[in-house]
Design a protein around this ligand. Structure first.
Ligand code: ADE
Length: 224
């Protein structure tokens, strides 16, 4: 899979993709991530990418031209399955959207900024708008990082134990059951007996009941 991210703040995205699981996936060739600095397509001597809003409302708006040019340049190199725009007024991101994005070959993510982008870009160039939750970030970069991270870890081969991605919270609309490791007794804080019993069927049943109980208590909306 290849993900192209367009941003005015490339330095914000340098860290998250250069360590741990994502770095390994890139090293193994399962994934290509390219960060593009929109300012390189900015207009004039000052590489301008934003301008005042028509109608006089407060805040700067990202201009069409730089964005259209960079998207056109990328589209000349390959076909994109989705051109995503990160914005608080997009569809709310969840595991289901991540699963479907993980099946695609090439995706582009345009990080929103300032007051927004000229609406014509959203009408003509963007194929999907995603919000990562009902709150407002200073820009779309962290949203792009969240989307990329979530999508990448379910690509087959990225996580060595595939089972662990499948048994995540949300894959089956249930929160994950509690997990424990040694010591079995830490100053009197004990691991549930059943997990030490070696009885496979009882353990799986206990895990399932725990998952249902936690979901009912913390996220009953998932069971509706
Ligand atoms: N940009 C600002 N806030 C955002 C959010 N909640 N989701 C995606 N992009 C954003």
């Amino acid at each position: 899979m290849r993900i192209d991210i367009i941003t005015v703040l490339p330095e914000l995205l340098q860290g998250p993709f250069d360590c741990s699981i994502i770095k390994r996936a890139r090293d193994k060739g399962l994934l290509e991530i390219e960060i593009h600095n929109l300012r390189e397509y900015g207009l004039g001597k000052h590489r301008r990418v934003d301008d005042y809003a028509f109608g006089g409302s407060a805040g700067m708006v990202m201009m069409i031209e730089p964005i259209d040019h960079i998207i056109s340049d990328l589209k000349k190199q390959r076909e994109y399955d989705e051109v995503i725009y990160t914005s608080p007024d997009g569809e709310t991101f969840n595991q289901k959207i991540a699963n479907s994005l993980s099946l695609l070959k090439n995706i582009m993510i345009l990080c929103g900024h300032y007051k927004g982008i000229d609406y014509r870009i959203r009408e003509h160039l963007i194929t999907k708008e995603i919000s990562i939750g009902d709150y407002v970030l200073t820009g779309g970069e962290l949203a792009a990082a969240v989307i990329t991270d979530t999508v990448v870890r379910i690509i087959p081969g990225v996580i060595s134990d595939e089972q662990s991605a499948l048994s995540d919270s949300f894959q089956d609309n249930l929160l994950a059951p509690p997990v424990y490791t040694r010591p079995a007794d830490y100053n009197g804080w004990k691991v549930p007996e059943v997990l030490l019993s070696g009885h496979e069927r009882n353990i799986r049943e206990w895990e399932f009941l725990q998952a249902v109980e936690r979901t009912q208590r913390i996220r009953p909306d998932l069971l509706e």
